[in-house]
Design a protein around this ligand. Structure first.
Ligand SMILES: NC(=O)c1ccc[n+]([C@@H]2O[C@H](COP(=O)([O-])OP(=O)(O)OC[C@H]3O[C@@H](n4cnc5c(N)ncnc54)[C@H](O)[C@@H]3O)[C@@H](O)[C@H]2O)c1
Ligand SMILES: O=P(O)(O)OC[C@@H](O)[C@@H](O)[C@H](O)[C@H](O)CO
Length: 461
């Protein structure tokens, strides 16, 4: 590239804000913002997007009028396109802007990508009312409905209080994280928290607020400086917030939108009555396989998904895992076969550098959704799938120091539980995923044996 680098600027007004997003990160920019940008009525649906807390991405986007480059990276080529649907970008600390937008009648939809941990669930799956962040946010909201709060459920409740105060009308919340039944999880968390803040709020929520449930899919690694340089070199734009994603994309939604929504179906989204079969397919086959590779792959020297699937041993584990899941999916076997084949090609894309360390984060939140549902079904049939044992054992080994450093919202609890004698650590750790698991003596025994062989292999390496 020669000549001065350009900056992204709008040449006309941004679309009016009618969607609010919480969790302005990579995936939102590759997925929900991209679908909104491509919808046939995109001119009428701008997004006000808020980060979780750090201002970086919001600052970068605000400096370029919300515009950014989406790089769609196939196995052979890159496609570069500017996404225009983010009309305003805010740091999560701008609570005033959050309350303003949530209290505006034009806003009809709130989408969320706050990670699995962001829903602040306890062991039973409901809102963890003992979570210190929830305790602090609850006290703050009781004292002052406009007080700054930081957990996702409390931010939503604060926004709903502002919306009720301004009589701003119906709204649909759309959680877009890899969480089974995310709509029900979010609705229950909001109801519980709202009742504790103001006993009259749940009735208003029932009348005005709907929570959709969705399955989202598009592999989107954390962007790197090299990605930014690639955008500069090909397009001549010095983009501070580019995102690289894969060509594949899927969005399946179920729910009511009484206040309206973008015509996302015109951009390829699918509306259905029940997302469960698609959710199981995606969370088990894709995310389950990701977590398996994230913990077991580093033991074979791999750092990325593509490296791991190039290894016949890891590919063998994938095949075993997918064979194990298949009979439990409520989809035709031929459809599952097509999905598996496509998934293998997606994972193998050598130009998508998806770090296993990124996927390994927050295993305590991910394994219960990705591995345990299939394991439980297998145990109900009296079977003990070796590949599920491998996934759990590799997670135990990871918590004991194998592979990338531990990053988990529950690390302070998990790492001490993982310490010392392996045979004692295994049941303690399994209990954090599901209190019933340590009662399954065959499972516990198999995980101990497998974890110990992984440890021996790591020691020998
Ligand atoms: N990256 C993918 O391939 C992908 C695909 C499907 C679904 N997802 C979902 O999207 C989530 C985010 O992925 P990403 O790649 O955008 O990550 P990211 O790190 O780029 O962005 C995450 C965003 O969420 C915010 N956040 C994190 N914890 C939060 C919390 N507790 N409350 C509020 N906001 C919080 C962060 O501040 C950031 O703005 C994932 O955890 C997953 O549930 C990601
Ligand atoms: O994004 P996470 O942290 O929930 O999980 C990591 C990956 O398994 C996940 O992001 C997948 O890439 C994604 O779900 C593909 O659609």
């Amino acid at each position: 590239m020669t000549g001065a680098a350009r900056r992204l600027r709008r040449d006309g007004p941004a679309a009016p804000v009618r969607i609010v997003h919480l969790g302005l990160g990579s995936f939102f920019r590759a997925h929900q913002a991209w679908y909104t940008d491509r919808a046939s009525d995109a001119d009428g649906w701008g997004i006000a997007a808020f980060t979780g807390r750090r201002p970086d991405v919001a600052d970068a986007l605000a400096a370029q009028d919300g515009l950014y480059t989406l790089v769609t990276r196939g196995a052979d080529t890159d496609d570069f396109a500017v996404v225009r649907s983010v009309s305003r970008a805010y740091p999560g600390t701008d609570h005033e802007a959050w309350l303003h937008h949530l209290g505006t009648p034009d806003v009809r939809v709130v989408t969320l990508t706050v990670t699995e941990a962001g829903y602040r669930r306890g062991v039973g799956g409901g809102l963890d009312t003992a979570d210190p962040r929830i305790v602090a946010d609850l006290a703050a909201l009781r004292a002052d409905p406009a007080a700054p709060v930081s957990s996702a459920p409390a931010r939503l409740v604060a926004g709903l209080l502002a919306r009720r105060y301004r009589d701003a009308g119906p709204l649909t919340l759309v959680p877009c994280d890899n969480l089974p039944g995310a709509g029900s999880v979010l609705a229950a968390a909001l109801r519980d928290l709202a009742a504790d803040v103001d006993s009259s709020l749940p009735v208003w929520i029932d009348g005005q607020i709907r929570v959709a449930t969705t399955v989202v899919d598009r592999i989107t690694p954390r962007p790197t400086d090299a990605d930014r340089r690639a955008v500069l070199s090909v397009t001549g734009v010095d983009d501070r917030g580019p995102v690289v994603t894969e060509p594949f994309s899927e969005w399946v939604l179920a729910g009511e939108f009484p206040g309206g929504r973008p015509a996302w179906e015109s951009a390829g989204a699918v509306f259905t009555d029940d997302v469960t079969p698609f959710e199981d397919r995606k969370l088990w086959l894709l995310n389950g396989a990701h977590s398996l590779l994230a913990y077991a792959g580093p033991a074979r020297g791999h750092a990325t998904v593509a490296e791991a699937v190039a290894d016949p041993v890891c590919r063998g584990w994938l095949g075993q895992w997918w064979d194990t899941c298949g009979p439990h999916l409520a989809l035709p076997a031929a459809d599952v076969a097509v999905y598996r084949e496509a998934l293998l090609a997606r994972f193998a894309n050598p130009r998508i550098r998806h770090e296993l360390a990124q996927i390994a984060a927050d295993g305590s939140q991910k394994l219960p959704a990705r591995i345990l549902p299939v394991l439980r079904r297998e145990r109900a049939h009296g079977r003990l799938p070796g590949v599920a044992v491998t996934a759990l054992a590799a997670w135990v080994a990871h918590l004991r120091g194998a592979g990338p450093p531990v990053t988990d919202v529950r690390a302070a609890q998990l790492v001490p539980l993982a310490a010392d004698v392996l045979t004692d650590a295994v049941p303690r750790l399994l209990a954090t995923l599901d209190p019933a698991l340590p009662d399954d003596a065959d499972l516990v025994g198999a995980v101990k044996v497998r974890a110990s062989s992984l440890a021996a292999r790591a020691g020998a390496a």
